[in-house]
Write a new protein. Structure first.
Length: 762
């Protein structure tokens, strides 16, 4: 028997409709297309919402409109977002629209809604309702155990690789029995599907799931138990989905099943902003919406309220080069603004220096640093910007760094709480069984593992049996018994003690707090402060179980700092954000578009990279700079670079070049914004050192022509005292000559030893 659904209208006395005074004026202030998207309540609707066209406003207003017209009670509406932050924002906006908070909504992320359904019907997939949700670290540790037990070389087939493969299958809605042999190939010596099945069996023994299971198990339940599916299909009269272009196959199947009864599904998304293919997103889901839901209405939101016409014109022209799209053209009533600036530079250091100078210039004009963003394709690009900002004293933040709950000391503390909450949580048990050290060595842990596998029970239960036997030496047996006794005592205390007080006791009595107090490591004081912060975080939750579920589900990395700082982040992290001024560095072949995307996915990879460029451009409201370099140091190796093919695709009428002449190594030319034919998707641009010629004006200097192919063999053409120019270090005077090297006293860079071939007499 499955548990009944918890949606009795009597539990929601205020959920039958919205007061009359709040039913009016929901459509006021919307443009024509936005109004259509809000008013088209019945039947399937696809809202193609371009960047900055007010999609969140449309989605929230549509929800308020449905409730105000009495078409559904809150508990009969399923609203899906992709982040917890987006869910919170939608709740806030909805409350503002109707004048009060609304209880009973099924509003949240796919994961949070999936776990809500799964906890009600866990027994249908062999789980208990208090199952644990594993994070990626726990998944890897569990797979390592399985690989070791199966004598599979973890160095040849790392557990992380298997984890990624399993996650891909789950994203596609494939349990082990549905994965084809062709999907697995030679992975794990051809035994990947077998390992996947063992992994799922082990999760069931542990009463645990990973993130992929939250929807995969729901799909299994819906397919095995039609009566459960029918209940939810009847329940959800209206379904609203945000960021539909980012759904994977499993999410797509979940939504399609739930929408079959009433067919009142409204999906809002932008096919031009589908940039998460690498983590399972299928742009095809949005492209085939009209096929999946016959008679669907498609509404395009094209009026942009964010950016200038030059920025929008640049983005729109670029994205037209993609073939896999439904098509729309952004426009705005805003002024033209500044043209998009395209800048060619010598190397990454000069690029960072140039952008930092622009940032300081904006700061002098009273621009807030919070409204400035530098968006990079790859994380390594941030280093040079960080160093430059440190030198200049410009405050900045790197968005996307380590999260609070991923820090070592926090993971350890939470592992204690997980074992108390659910004693069969093997991965948490193993993490803290001897942390801090309490005399339970590797041999003891291995003995516990061996018995657990033999009896097919958890490590905790195996430990309770071992301590009552003579299998272990007395010292190890006593240490393990003390640990088990502590867990039992803490679990008993949890029934009557507030979870905040319990956590403080556990950290003290386990010796964990004392361990960091006595540590000589320089980071120890910070770790103690973080443990205090963990205690403070517990205050926001009414129970230990709720807190642990929150930790498992929340993946946001919100920066709550209100200080004025420049924002540094990857392009993927920037989706959904907007800034007055945006810098897009590193537009070079191989970096952007990224060579790995081209090699792995061909044309599809190139189109996703172009969508990523489109996302970057449309983050800017007023000012946009795009830059590329002739040379780039990647992982401490210098590489010659050629401009990205995307630069060729930018419209001349909307951009302004800040380099007079650039030429590709294979003859492609850029001069006065004119570039020849670009490399094909499968072709790596060839040629010399990258650029044949690069011309640039220095401050107050005449045009300098540097030809790096016409290299001088020695310093014979120079003399001490000659005034000369170096592309990177600028003007200077030669003070010494040695072979093909010159020592030059540069006006700004100081004394440097350089190669004569890269110096020009002035």
């Amino acid at each position: 028997m499955t548990e009944p659904l918890d949606y009795d209208p009597l539990d929601h006395p205020h959920s039958g409709g919205i007061q009359k005074q709040h039913q009016i004026d929901f459509l006021t202030g919307l443009n024509e297309e936005q109004g259509q998207a809000v008013a088209a309540i019945d039947g399937p609707v696809l809202v193609l919402a371009g960047a900055g066209t007010g999609k969140t406003r449309v989605l929230t207003t549509r929800l308020a409109h449905i409730l105000s017209k009495g078409r559904a009670s809150p508990y009969q509406v399923l609203a899906v977002t992709f982040t917890n932050k987006a869910a919170r924002e939608m709740k806030r906006r909805l409350a503002n629209l109707i004048g009060r908070a609304v209880d009973g909504l099924w509003l949240g992320t796919f994961h949070s809604l999936g776990v809500r359904i799964l906890r009600k019907h866990a027994e249908l997939v062999g789980l208990k309702t208090n199952f644990t949700i594993l994070d990626s670290d726990d998944q890897i540790r569990l797979l390592k155990q399985i690989l070791k037990a199966q004598n599979i070389d973890d160095k040849r087939w790392p557990a992380r690789v298997l984890t990624n493969a399993i996650q891909r299958w789950k994203d596609k809605g494939l349990p082990p029995e549905k994965v084809g042999s062709g999907e697995a190939g030679e992975l794990a010596d051809g035994r990947a599907i077998e390992i996947y099945a063992q992994y799922q069996d082990r999760l069931q023994i542990l009463n645990a799931v990973d993130f992929g299971d939250l929807l995969l198990h729901c799909l299994t339940i819906f397919n095995r138990s039609p009566e459960v599916l029918t209940k939810y299909q009847n329940l959800f009269r209206f379904i609203l989905v945000d960021e539909y272009q980012d759904t994977n196959v499993s999410q797509y199947l979940w939504l399609r099943l739930l929408a079959q009864k009433h067919r009142n599904i409204c999906c809002v998304g932008d096919d031009d902003q589908s940039i998460y293919g690498w983590r399972g997103a299928e742009v095809g889901n949005i492209l085939k919406f009209e096929t999946d839901f016959s008679g669907a209405k498609v509404i395009r939101l094209e009026q942009n309220y964010r950016s200038t016409s030059h920025i929008l014109g640049t983005a729109s022209e670029l994205i037209t080069n993609n073939k896999s799209r439904l098509g729309k053209t952004l426009w705005t009533e805003a002024k033209h603004g500044e043209k998009v600036k395209i800048q060619g530079l010598w190397d990454g250091e000069e690029e960072a220096r140039s952008i930092a100078d622009e940032v300081e210039a904006l700061q002098r004009k009273k621009h807030h640093l919070n409204e400035i963003a530098i968006l990079v394709r790859a994380g390594f690009q941030t280093r040079e910007f960080e160093e430059r900002f440190i030198t200049l004293g410009v405050p900045y933040r790197v968005i996307g760094g380590p999260r609070f709950y991923e820090r070592e000391e926090i993971r350890d503390a939470i592992a204690y709480l997980r074992v108390i909450n659910m004693q069969d949580d093997d991965l948490a048990f193993e993490r803290i069984v001897n942390k801090p050290a309490r005399g339970i060595g590797t041999a003891t842990v291995q003995a516990v593992h061996s018995l657990a596998r033999h009896l097919k029970v958890s490590l905790y239960l195996a430990s309770t049996k071992l301590v009552e036997s003579d299998e272990l030496k007395p010292s190890s047996r006593n240490a393990l018994r003390r640990f088990i006794d502590n867990i039992d005592r803490w679990r008993a205390m949890a029934e009557n003690l507030p979870h905040i007080e319990l956590t403080e006791i556990v950290l003290d009595e386990s010796g964990y707090t004392e361990f960091w107090k006595n540590s000589k490591k320089p980071e120890a004081p910070g770790k103690l402060e973080n443990l205090k912060e963990l205690i403070a975080a517990l205050e926001d939750y009414d129970s230990l179980a709720n807190f642990l579920e929150h930790v498992s589900l929340v993946m946001d990395n919100s920066d709550n700092s209100e200080d004025d700082m420049v924002n540094l982040m990857t392009l993927h992290s920037a989706k959904g954000l907007e800034f007055d001024s945006v810098f897009l560095p590193g537009w070079e072949e191989g970096l952007f578009p990224h060579q790995r995307s081209l090699d792995q996915d061909g044309l599809a990879g190139l189109e996703e990279e172009r969508r990523l460029a489109y996302v970057g451009i449309t983050r800017a409201k007023k000012n946009l700079w795009i830059s590329f370099t002739a040379n780039r140091r990647i992982h401490n190796q210098w590489h010659s670079a050629i401009p990205s093919r995307f630069i060729k695709e930018l419209p001349q009428e909307h951009i302004e070049m800040e380099c007079e002449k650039v030429q590709y190594g294979n003859g492609l030319d850029m001069a006065d914004n004119s570039v020849g034919s670009r490399p094909s998707v499968n072709e790596t641009p060839s040629g010399g050192p990258g650029w044949l010629r690069f011309q640039k004006r220095g401050p107050g200097l005449p045009l300098i022509d540097v030809d790096v192919n016409n290299k001088q063999e020695s310093s014979d053409n120079f003399s001490k005292g000659d005034r000369c120019f170096h592309q990177k270090f600028g003007m200077g005077i030669i003070s010494d000559l040695e072979g093909d090297h010159l020592t030059i006293e540069f006006d700004r860079a100081g004394t440097k030893k350089v190669i004569a071939a890269f110096v020009k007499k002035h």
